[in-house]
Design a protein around this ligand. Structure first.
Ligand code: CWD
Length: 677
């Protein structure tokens, strides 16, 4: 109990009189009050007198009162001051009164008459003695002070003052924290966790030499910065520390610190709220979060119809529907549009018939030819059919370009079957089991979480306690490698593992953020010093260099496929190329309107009696001609004409020829006049 951890308060005023040789060098905390201020000039003079008196009379110190003449004990000092005060009081009394000394007997109660006056004169005395300023009020001494003193690095120093009015005033508060831990040896506990703390086994390694790793390097650097030695050892139960919710007891390194069995706990020890309430933590030296370790998903097997993958299935269906819609539209519009009708035998007037290139089958052929980027020998002539052709051409261009580009991506990227993408996926399934390290902060994170997903995960893990939790993280990794198991672990460790084992990967992001710190017992004076050292190491970049040393500078790191190779090529859906369908529908609509306008224009021409090659005729009722073979249009309305034209289109189906009816041909004879073909 003679070390820096212990604090003694001496109730004597004469601490300086004791031999503290055995306590000085162990930094044990000793505090006391003193009455005699050795810094005072009067005291110094008396001490000087005492020293010379000793020298002349005894040659060496005789008793404790004046041992080494460093101070004067409080009792003789008080006695000295009392006699002095009495003398002053008596002298003043003598100056104003005649002192009549009377006979005094212990048997008789005869008070001395001058006694009351003497007390009054004593009360009025003001003097500065060995025990400080002397002043009385109603018989009580006032205005005195007590020095607060503390044993500090080989000597006793004054750290504050106490007065009856001002009470305690600590002038050197740092003395209660800065214990100047030179040559202190701390007991440090740790836990094996690659790469934080690892162990050399064998006879060649003893003591602290057995340990190496990231945290051991940090501890070594901090011990130099702060100035302490340490004995590093493993925590007996190999646990970080968690509170048993039933018994309320802690285990692992936390329990060791709580029982003051160790001064520091160093390792991948997470700072948590529950721990912080029973032990202290330094500032974090590393930041991290919980993430999911999982086996690298298998590549998707190649399929016979993989060429369909670049476009989503609904896009294929929509393209097919668009193909039918456009083919039929171009067929109908072609029929309505007068410019699409032309003489089949322009040089043979014996057969006067007009024809249309957009038969139903040719319309389908024309659209598929455009879609496949192959030209056909059909060239639209009317404005309406040209509009549809252009829009369909544009549609085909976008679809083909998108398909080609995405096909290239699909052929060059490796697609993975990933059964889980994040913690929510993990929580909502039962096929893949999952767990954490036992009695660690990851376990308590799920146990204490208020978030529904994590609560659900905790229930699942708690139900399968024996299989879900692992005693070491290596066990967790082994289980992940066996498959069908996800290990929830801390990201820094996870990074270390996935950089070395190409079969393992991180799934999703971080579930939380926290830090690793060095733990100390509650109220430990080392906490602030180590925190300062950590901040300094962080600012100098030392911790980053140590991180690189233990995480990156190694041949063990596995070379993964480049990110671009692993990048996902997703089937193009409606949200990506849906716009082109909208353009197509709008184009068909515009073309239909233009076809109607063209039809109307031709209709109007006929009804004014004009002749022209594009004039239309009544199919069912025949054609009305006058005696000069001039065409007289039947008196029918526009919509009826359209209806008839559409009827013709639907009846004729593949019939693309029809007679010319509106020829102005005075020279022709009757037999030349229309024959339906
Ligand atoms: N710890 C944990 O709970 N999960 C992990 O994956 C690793 Cl590597 C460690 C222990 C934790 N750092 C603690 O302090 O409890």
């Amino acid at each position: 109990m003679n070390e820096y951890k212990y604090h003694y308060l001496f109730t004597s005023f004469d601490l300086e009189m004791y031999d503290l040789e055995d306590f000085k060098y162990n930094f044990v905390n000793i505090t006391s009050f003193r009455l005699v201020d050795i810094e005072d000039v009067g005291v110094k003079q008396i001490l000087k007198g005492l020293r010379s008196f000793q020298h002349h009379m005894f040659q060496k110190p005789q008793n404790l009162h004046v041992r080494k003449s460093i101070s004067i004990e409080s009792e003789p000092a008080l006695m000295f001051d009392s006699v002095y005060v009495f003398a002053i009081g008596l002298q003043t009394l003598k100056q104003s009164h005649t002192l009549n000394l009377s006979k005094i007997s212990c048997d008789e109660e005869n008070p001395w008459n001058g006694g009351l006056s003497l007390i009054n004169y004593l009360n009025a005395v003001e003097w500065k003695g060995l025990t400080g300023p002397i002043q009385f009020k109603e018989g009580q001494r006032v205005q005195f002070k007590l020095d607060l003193i503390k044993l500090k690095q080989h000597s006793i120093i004054k750290v504050g003052e106490w007065t009856p009015h001002g009470h305690l005033n600590i002038t050197e508060p740092s003395m209660f924290f800065d214990t100047g831990f030179m040559n202190v040896t701390l007991v440090v506990i740790t836990i094996l966790e690659t790469p934080y703390v690892m162990m050399h086994y064998g006879k060649n390694f003893t003591g602290n030499e057995r340990f190496y790793g990231f945290c051991v390097d940090i501890l070594e650097t901090i011990s130099h910065e702060v100035g302490f030695d340490y004995i590093l050892d493993l925590v007996p139960d190999r646990k970080y520390g968690a509170k048993d919710p039933e018994t309320g007891e802690w285990n692992g390194m936390v329990a060791q610190l709580m029982k003051n069995k160790a001064d520091l706990a160093v390792g991948s020890m997470t700072i948590t709220y529950a721990r912080e309430s029973v032990i202290d933590f330094t500032k974090p030296f590393m930041n991290l979060g919980i993430s999911i370790l999982f086996k690298v998903p298998a590549s998707e097997p190649t399929r016979l119809f993989s060429f369909m993958n670049p476009l989503a299935i609904e896009i294929w269906i929509y393209v097919l529907i668009a193909y039918f819609l456009v083919s039929i539209s171009i067929y109908v519009v072609g029929k309505l549009s007068p410019n699409e009708w032309k003489y089949i035998h322009p040089c043979n007037l014996d057969i006067i018939s007009i024809g249309n290139q957009f038969s139903l089958s040719d319309s389908f052929w024309f659209t598929i030819g455009t879609l496949m980027q192959q030209s056909t020998d059909i060239y639209p002539r009317a404005m309406s059919t040209r509009i549809i052709s252009s829009i369909w051409g544009f549609f085909s261009l976008i679809i083909v370009a998108s398909y080609t580009a995405n096909l290239a991506a699909f052929l060059t990227t490796e697609r993975m079957i990933n059964p889980i993408e994040n913690a929510e996926d993990l929580a909502s399934q039962t096929e893949i089991s999952y767990g954490t390290l036992d009695s660690g902060s990851t376990m308590t994170f799920f146990r204490d979480s208020m978030i529904e997903t994590y609560k659900k995960m905790w229930r699942s893990m708690d139900n399968k306690r024996s299989t879900a939790f692992t005693t070491t993280y290596e066990d967790g990794i082994r289980r992940v490698n066996q498959g069908n198991y996800a290990f929830l672990m801390e990201s820094t460790m996870l990074d270390y593992i996935v950089q070395r084992d190409c079969n393992l990967t991180q799934i999703g992001g971080l579930l939380d953020t926290k830090g690793y710190g060095i733990a100390t017992p509650k109220g430990s004076p080392w906490r602030d010093k180590i925190s300062l050292a950590i901040l300094e190491l962080q600012e100098k970049g030392d911790i980053q260099m140590l991180y690189d040393k233990w995480w990156k500078n190694t041949d063990e790191t596995c070379t993964r496929k480049s990110a671009s190779k692993q990048s996902k090529a997703n089937a193009l859906g409606l949200e990506s190329i849906g716009g082109v369908f909208v353009v197509l529908i709008a184009g068909i609509f515009v073309a239909a309107v233009v076809a109607l306008i063209e039809f109307w224009y031709n209709f109007r021409k006929h009804h004014r009696g004009l002749s022209g090659v594009n004039a239309k005729h009544d199919l069912t009722q025949g054609v009305v001609f006058n005696s000069e073979w001039t065409y007289t249009p039947p008196n029918r309305c526009f919509w009826f004409e359209i209806f008839e034209e559409l009827r013709f289109a639907s009846w004729c189906m593949n019939k693309q020829k029809r007679p010319e009816l509106n020829t102005v041909c005075n020279k022709c004879n009757f037999s030349q006049i229309p024959t339906y073909i």
